[in-house]
Design a protein around this ligand. Structure first.
Ligand SMILES: *Cc1c(COP(=O)(O)O)cnc(C)c1O
Length: 496
């Protein structure tokens, strides 16, 4: 049975259910499977499979300690009618472009692909490991993760979900999505501080042993829903297989042809899932990693040196505004040929100096990756360009990916069929998107009105997750200082 180990060498033989519950290994490393399993179905078999069946065929290879019934019931609970499209992750064709749309879940961003199943995986794991306490999920968010985690964990028996967001650091739409969240077990708190303050506060609470003991006495245990959890990474592998299958069906690919992917990247979770799919045997060629002007990954792929000592830019693609790309640690481990000692050494350097250089051998193993980036000006240019030439309206994150794809084609003269991964609905970022189309016309309009104006242009239905958002009842109005986070948690859990 496949087990998990830490990228830093401190832990081995961990069951999938244990790794899902823990989130991060004791030595601070990330859990990786001891080997990446080969796909045990053929490309032509795959053509006949619906999303849920494919999800089962892929995930069973990783979550080997789950019974067939357990895993299937997690999948059935996750990928149901809360997705607005029957294909769950449809490939949409615009002109000669192929967009893999990962935003048809309840919160309109790709985080739903994994956070809709994580609660089920976690509760099943808790049962398997005979944990009889309520699981309290603590999350700091810069916008998308918080709402997707709330949506996933709301009303799940045996869980509580607490989300901290920077009171003045998220978009109006993102904030409204979170503070109107229903569900007895949910708690949403704005903090007077930025995302880093929220994140540091949460990390400090995780590290507070006294607090943990108090929770334990009261029948609670903390866990995390952030993107380093293996229970978030593995479900993301599925949609790469599913997109290949759709391209075979529409005749773009013959069985066995190569497909490239271009992924708008922040924490390196989504593109790492594509790397896993490739290692499993899916014929993926180049993995094109697209960054915004926080281009720490682009620089890394250029010369093999990672350096977070630089200014942090606030951009129009906020979910990619990140300087420490956590999941890159897993790729380092692989390109170091599973050398945990070397990985740990590089991560220590990152901790101490904020930078590291990889070896030339590791660099050679990065051959399949191509890095690019696009700034805000270019992002808005391509939104307009693609809309005018094809009628397809991209969100700002997807636009970064498209811009980098253009650069890649020019640079490599490569015409391999390519999937552009589309991570958010344009409705989620209406002011930047509408401003791209016409910088004068929509200047003074608020985000909610822009949703209607966008709908006037592109037609169709306004997604459920956003329709009527402005008039929904506000359920959460607590705002606290960063030094009051622990107190607020205790109040919510009635520990005081
Ligand atoms: C989180 C997010 C990303 C970045 O994904 P990673 O897995 O962190 O690289 C890109 N686009 C959107 C809309 C997101 O919410």
């Amino acid at each position: 049975m496949i087990t998990y180990r830490s990228t830093r060498g401190g832990e081995e033989g961990t069951r999938a259910s244990q790794a899902i519950l823990k989130g991060i290994a004791n030595d601070g490393g990330l859990f990786v499977p001891e080997y990446i399993p080969e796909m045990d179905f053929s490309l032509s078999d795959m053509k006949e499979m619906e999303y849920k069946e494919l999800a089962y065929r892929v995930m069973r290879l990783y979550f080997a300690d789950f019974s067939k019934e357990e895993l299937q019931s997690c999948i059935d609970g996750a990928y149901d009618s809360k997705f607005a499209n029957d294909l769950i992750a449809p490939v949409n064709t615009a002109g000669d472009l192929k967009f893999l749309e990962l935003f048809h879940g309840p919160t309109l961003a790709f985080k739903d692909m994994a956070l809709s199943i994580l609660p089920y995986l976690m509760m099943t794991s808790a049962k398997k490991e005979k944990i009889d306490k309520d699981v309290v999920i603590l999350t700091a968010t810069s916008g998308d993760t918080g709402k997707a985690a709330l949506e996933g964990f709301a009303n799940v028996d045996g869980t509580k979900i607490i989300v901290f967001f920077p009171q003045n650091g998220v978009s109006e739409i993102q904030k409204r999505q979170m503070i109107t969240q229903e569900g007895e077990n949910t708690c949403v708190i704005g903090i007077n501080g930025n995302f880093d303050d929220a994140q540091t506060g949460v990390k400090n609470i995780f590290a507070d042993l006294e607090f943990r003991e108090e929770l334990d006495k009261n029948g609670y245990v903390f866990s995390s829903a952030n993107s380093i959890n293996i229970g978030r990474l593995i479900p993301q592998v599925v949609y790469y297989f599913h997109s290949y299958s759709q391209l075979m069906q529409d005749g773009t690919l013959e069985e066995g042809d190569t497909m490239n992917v271009v992924v708008p990247t922040g924490n390196f979770g989504n593109i790492l899932a594509a790397y896993y799919a490739k290692q499993m045997g899916l014929p993926i060629g180049d993995l094109i990693c697209a960054s915004n002007s926080n281009k720490v990954l682009y620089d890394f792929f250029q010369d093999g040196s990672y350096d977070k000592n630089r200014d942090f830019n606030i951009t129009m693609s906020p979910s990619m505004d990140i300087l420490i790309s956590s999941n890159l640690e897993r790729l380092l481990y692989y390109v170091a040929n599973d050398d945990a000692e070397l990985t740990k050494d590089l991560m220590d350097q990152l901790q101490k100096q904020g930078k590291y250089d990889i070896t030339s051998e590791m660099k050679e193993n990065l051959i399949d990756f191509y890095g690019g980036y696009a700034d805000d000006v270019r992002t808005q240019e391509v939104i307009k360009e693609v809309y005018e030439s094809t009628g397809y309206l991209m969100d700002t994150h997807t636009a970064v990916a498209y811009a980098v794809y253009e650069d890649y084609k020019a640079d490599r003269s490569d015409s391999t069929a390519t999937v552009i991964v589309s991570t958010a609905s344009p409705y989620k970022f209406p002011s930047s998107v509408m401003d791209a189309l016409d910088s004068e016309a929509y200047k003074e309009t608020d985000e909610f009105e822009l949703v209607d104006k966008m709908n006037d242009i592109i037609g169709g239905e306004i997604p459920k997750g956003i329709d009527g958002l402005k008039t929904r009842k506000i359920e959460h109005d607590i705002v606290c200082q960063t030094n009051e986070m622990a107190k607020v948690i205790k109040e919510f859990l009635k520990l005081v």
